[in-house]
Design a protein around this ligand. Structure first.
Ligand code: NAG
Ligand code: NAG
Ligand code: NAG
Ligand code: NAG
Ligand code: NAG
Ligand code: NAG
Ligand code: NAG
Ligand code: NAG
Ligand code: NAG
Ligand code: NAG
Ligand code: NAG
Length: 860
């Protein structure tokens, strides 16, 4: 959000307006009083008792949310934001004729906007965002001619945007009607009247027609966001040409086209080349056609993001793009680009993410000169790139995702990739790679997401180092020519949920240790030459849901228990020497039936005694297991959280409200500098912690989401994972796994029993210190986006059920700064201090000063 927008927001929502009363006929505070009491009557639920003190025992001007003029003659402000009030908007509010600011945002107000509110002619700020308001905007609101700020976003409003509102309210600087169901056109003469407009947010509606040409008169525009509508016609070259203040232009997912019948992007890029403040250009998902013009290189050097994915852009990538040296994100995926990747692309030394996937690019991958210290994501998948993988990719030491699948790459896997120690995803699948897997690459211990080399021509034995991929969640080496045995230490892959070694030439028996793969859900070893018996230990893999051992040479009987009881023939077919009770398999005792009865008796006696022996053993073992603390059993509860994480769930605001019983006070488990934390239970029973971030008015839902995407990928045993995020224009929350043992602070300074006495022993303390140090080291040294914690203290160190310490709250400063800090150059100190470090009240005594200065030096 631009500086000016922030300024207006603050002006209107923070500081009271002091206007001289012009028509002072009589002091009618009693009118205001009865209007407010009438409003109170229409509020049926007030969970936080926000308006509880609205009664005769105190003066109106002392009521919560009410501000009066200095002489207490009239009510000038009514601010009841975020109180979860339920009810309707009373028409009696129209009697508050001196009202300048009305903010009822983030409640659960329903019904229509009362037409009567037109009498609030002194209103300058109206915010009703994030409610459930229905119907249309009354035409009569056009009489609110003093309005400067209006935010009706995130409601259920419908119908057309009333043109008279935009034509009559000429003071408007900030309009946000996004996330409703508005239809029809954007009023065509909007720009002729709104010359002060700095922000226009109409995203996520059903608006059609073209972007009105008159907007070219709104030369003060800073943020223009119309994405996710049905807007048609050509890109607004002439319209934005003179918006010299424009910082963000978001037109993604509409039906815009380029000039000359959707073939010429030149004039648009020429038009925006004078916009020196432009930071974000998002035109993705528009089916734009044409070539990328070389004039792209003349865009202002401060441009930081270009999103052009999901269009129909063809031709080569212009080498001149390398002039945009501040670019951090370039996404050209899902187009029809061809030609080779210009080697100049590596001159973009600030790039953090480069996505060129799903085009028709050919030629070799240019060798990076080794200075790209920020690049975290390189996705060149699904092109026609050929030649060898450049070994200098190994110098991209911050690389976290290297995605090169579905190309024509050949040669061997460069050993140097083993230097990319931050790699979380390595996907080289569906290429023509040959040779062995270098031990260095198989030993990449940072892989936390997946390692995919499938469908190549790789050969040789599986490297033993594979067993040290302690944190990889999926390992796929299928459809190659690997031979030799499955490494017995594979059970080191304790986080692996999927292992696929199918379609190779692996031999020998399955190691019994596979039964120790405690996270495994899918194990595919089909179409190999594996032999021997299926180890019964596999039934220890409680989470194993899919097992495929078909088309090998296993023999003996299929074990029973757990997974094996629900096995189908598909899992084991094509093993002619295997026996069992599954239909289609030979029965194991078929030979025994041919024995004569005496032998059967001996056998029976033998079996009985053997099983008695086994039962005894089992009892001992299982007794041990039960005594064995937490580890095994804890997997159960963390599973739920894990499966949540796997699917990158979208959790809606409503679900969070439900899970936390409407952010009920009794559910609050903590509050900190960044907001409050609630314990919640989702419908599926999984327990989560919901951290509701305390933000000032902000609109960068997408910035927040993007940052969350980045933070979400930070994975380390000692760092709290972000399960998902929920973000509305003014509600931002992070969903985290719930930590059973609370914070370190609560163990160091217990409040309840034995105050002053800590239950932590020396060894536990040392372990916790170790954990914290490892977490912080990862943050500082191995995370491609620089993350400075800035708020490390005992209450931010959480302990899980086995007392492993996890650092939480890292990177939240980054989130907040990105949202609020964009474009604020001066006076950052004050706002930074407020935003990053929160209110002084939460800062632990003694750490005050240091932390403040830490934060201040962290200018993003
Ligand atoms: C009126 O409000 C006060 C707080 O200002 C509260 O203590 C009192 O109980 C309220 N009285 C009634 C009748 O609700
Ligand atoms: C207050 O507003 C209501 C509804 O708009 C109206 O019926 C009523 O007459 C007004 N009361 C006064 C005292 O103006
Ligand atoms: C525009 O505002 C004027 C007052 O400034 C008002 O008289 C007029 O009715 C408004 N027009 C519409 C269409 O509401
Ligand atoms: C800009 O505004 C003026 C007067 O308000 C109007 O005459 C002109 O047509 C507008 N420009 C465009 C492109 O609509
Ligand atoms: C989008 O534009 C194309 C032509 O550019 C047109 O054929 C198509 O119907 C439009 N789709 C919508 C939803 O307007
Ligand atoms: C694209 O448009 C520009 C002017 O806007 C023109 O100079 C150029 O020749 C056009 N390119 C093509 C390929 O038509
Ligand atoms: C950019 O600005 C310069 C100076 O104001 C002007 O001469 C030039 O025509 C402008 N270019 C475009 C494409 O608007
Ligand atoms: C470009 O960015 C730098 C650093 O943030 C800033 O100092 C400069 O003013 C910006 N230039 C323009 C034209 O916005
Ligand atoms: C953009 O690049 C220029 C020169 O390369 C640099 O001085 C400036 O600080 C950069 N701006 C930003 C926002 O990084
Ligand atoms: C910051 O704001 C204060 C008051 O709002 C002002 O006095 C001061 O000059 C500003 N600092 C800068 C660097 O602009
Ligand atoms: C800094 O923030 C504090 C607390 O919000 C405020 O009282 C003070 O006026 C601010 N100072 C400036 C220079 O803006």
């Amino acid at each position: 959000m631009g500086l000016l927008t922030v300024a207006i927001t603050q002006l209107l929502l923070t500081f009271p307006f002091v206007l001289p009363l012009q028509n002072r006929q009589f002091d009618d505070i009693s009118v205001d009083r009865s209007a407010l009491l009438a409003f109170k009557k229409t509020i049926v639920v007030d969970p936080q008792n926000t308006i509880g003190n609205w009664n005769s025992s105190s003066h109106v001007c002392k009521w919560n949310g009410v501000t009066c003029s200095p002489n207490s003659r009239r009510v000038t402000e009514l601010i009841l934001s975020g109180g979860h009030l339920q009810g309707t908007i009373s028409p009696f509010l129209s009697n508050l004729t001196h009202l300048e600011r009305l903010d009822l945002s983030e409640n659960s107000l329903q019904g229509c906007l009362p037409d009567e509110l037109r009498t609030l002619t002194r209103l300058e700020g109206l915010s009703l965002h994030s409610n459930q308001i229905q119907c249309e905007i009354p035409e009569s609101f056009s009489q609110l001619t003093g309005l400067r700020y209006i935010d009706l976003s995130n409601n259920q409003l419908q119908g057309h945007l009333p043109p008279s509102l935009f034509y009559n309210c000429t003071e408007l600087m900030y309009i946000d009607h996004s996330d409703n169901s508005f239809i029809g056109f954007i009023p065509s003469k909007i720009g002729n009247h709104l010359t002060h407009l700095e922000a226009l947010f109409l995203y996520q509606n059903q608006l059609s027609g073209s972007i009105p040409a008159s907007l070219s008169n709104s030369s003060k525009m800073v943020d223009l966001d119309l994405e996710f509508n049905f807007l048609t016609d050509s890109l607004p070259s002439e319209i934005v040409r003179h918006m010299y203040q424009l910082e963000t232009l978001h037109l993604s997912y509409n039906n815009l086209s380029s000039d000359d019948g959707n073939t010429n992007l030149t004039s648009f890029f020429t038009a925006i080349s004078n916009l020196t403040h432009l930071r974000e250009l998002q035109l993705d998902g528009n089916d734009l056609g044409g070539e990328l013009p070389s004039v792209m290189g003349q865009l202002h050097v401060n441009l930081s993001e270009i999103l052009l994915q999901d269009n129909l852009i063809y031709g080569p990538i212009p080498p001149s793009i390398s002039h945009l040296s501040n670019l951090t994100l370039l996404n050209l995926s899902n187009n029809r680009l061809n030609g080779s990747i210009p080697s100049q692309i590596w001159l973009l030394t600030n790039l953090e993410r480069l996505c060129l996937s799903n085009n028709s690019l050919d030629g070799a991958i240019p060798s990076p000169p080794g200075v790209l210290t920020h690049l975290g994501l390189l996705d060149l998948s699904r092109n026609r790139l050929s030649g060898a993988i450049p070994s200098s990719l190994g110098s991209l030491n911050q690389l976290r995702k290297l995605i090169l699948n579905e190309n024509l790459l050949s040669g061997s896997i460069p050993t140097s990739l083993g230097s990319c120690t931050s790699l979380e995803i390595l996907d080289l699948s569906h290429n023509r790679l040959t040779g062995n897997v270098p031990a260095e690459v198989a030993g990449l211990r940072g892989i936390t997401i997946y390692f995919n080399l499938s469908s190549n021509f790789l050969e040789g034995r599986l490297p033993l180092q594979l067993g040290k991929m302690y944190t990889a969640r999926a390992i796929d080496l299928s459809s190659n020519s690997f031979s030799g045995n499955i490494p017995p230490n594979l059970d080191g892959c304790q986080e692996a949920e999927l292992i696929n070694f199918s379609h190779n030439s692996l031999q020998g028996p399955l190691p019994k240790s596979l039964g120790n793969l405690i996270s495994i859900q899918s194990l595919d070893l089909s179409c190999n030459l594996l032999s021997g018996e299926i180890p019964a230990s596999l039934q220890n893999c409680k989470t194993l849901a899919q097992l495929n051992l078909s088309f090998n040479d296993f023999n003996g009987s299929i074990p029973s228990g757990n997974l094996f009881d629900s096995l189908t023939i598909e899992s084991v077919q094509g093993n002619p020497r295997l026996c069992g009770s599954l239909p289609g398999l030979q029965s194991c005792n078929s030979k025994e039936t041919s024995f004569h009865s005496r032998k059967s008796v001996y056998l029976l006696v033998g079996l009985v005694s053997a099983s008695a022996f086994l039962i005894t053993i089992c009892c001992v073992v299982s007794f041990r297991k039960i005594k064995q603390p937490s580890f095994i059993r804890n997997r159960g509860s963390s599973r739920i959280a894990l499966s949540l994480k796997l699917s990158y769930p979208r959790i809606t605001y409503r679900e969070l409200v439900e899970a936390t019983e409407g952010f009920e006070q009794s559910r609050m488990i903590g509050s900190g500098s960044f907001g409050r934390v609630f314990k919640g239970v989702l419908r599926d029973g999984s327990i989560i912690a919901v951290k509701v971030l305390q933000l000032q008015a902000g609109n960068s839902v997408k910035t927040f989401n993007r940052e969350c995407q980045i933070l979400k990928q930070i994975r380390h045993r000692n760092l709290m994972r972000i399960v998902t995020a929920c973000s509305l224009p003014d509600f931002k929350a992070l969903v985290l796994p719930f930590m059973a043992n609370g914070s370190l602070e609560s163990h160091l300074y217990p409040q309840t029993q034995n105050p002053g006495y800590s239950d932590l022993g020396l060894i536990e303390r040392v372990n916790i210190c170790n954990d914290v140090a490892e977490g912080m080291a990862y943050l500082h040294h191995h995370s491609p986006v620089q993350v400075i914690h800035c708020d490390l203290k005992p209450s931010n160190i959480l302990l899980n059920n086995d007392m492993t310490a996890l650092v939480s709250d890292f990177g939240i400063s980054r989130l907040i700064m990105k949202i609020e800090g964009n474009g604020i150059d001066e006076n950052t100190t004050n706002s930074t201090a407020n935003l990053v470090c929160g209110s002084i009240g939460y800062i632990a005594p003694g750490t005050n000063f240091n932390r403040l200065s830490n934060c201040l030096s962290l200018k993003v």
